[in-house]
Design a protein. Structure first.
Length: 94
């Protein structure tokens, strides 16, 4: 999964529209978020932090979700609902 896809997954899990997230994150154009979520561009760190703040998650969670499963050599399979549980946990701690 990529950073853009991870952000989209979190946004969808939180029942937030792209337009709403772009507005909350202070992005000038909704198209900027669309390009990030469609993996057409990567956000810089400042933009990633603003998007994460609007989603009420940390960049660490996004990077974890974006990591390829093969990069996570400490596990062979992740439960399908792990990302949902991580989002819930991170929301409690933000």
């Amino acid at each position: 999964m990529s950073v853009g896809r991870a952000l989209r997954s979190i946004r969808v899990m939180m029942n937030m529209t792209g337009e709403e997230l772009a507005k909350r994150a202070g992005l000038v154009k909704y198209g900027n978020l669309t390009r990030i979520e469609n993996c057409e561009s990567d956000p810089n760190m400042a933009t990633l932090e603003r998007i994460c703040k609007a989603l009420k998650v940390t960049p660490y969670l996004v990077m974890f979700l974006a990591a390829n499963e093969k990069d996570l050599d400490w596990t062979t399979k992740l439960p399908q609902d792990l990302s949902v549980e991580l989002v819930k946990l991170m929301r409690k701690n933000v």
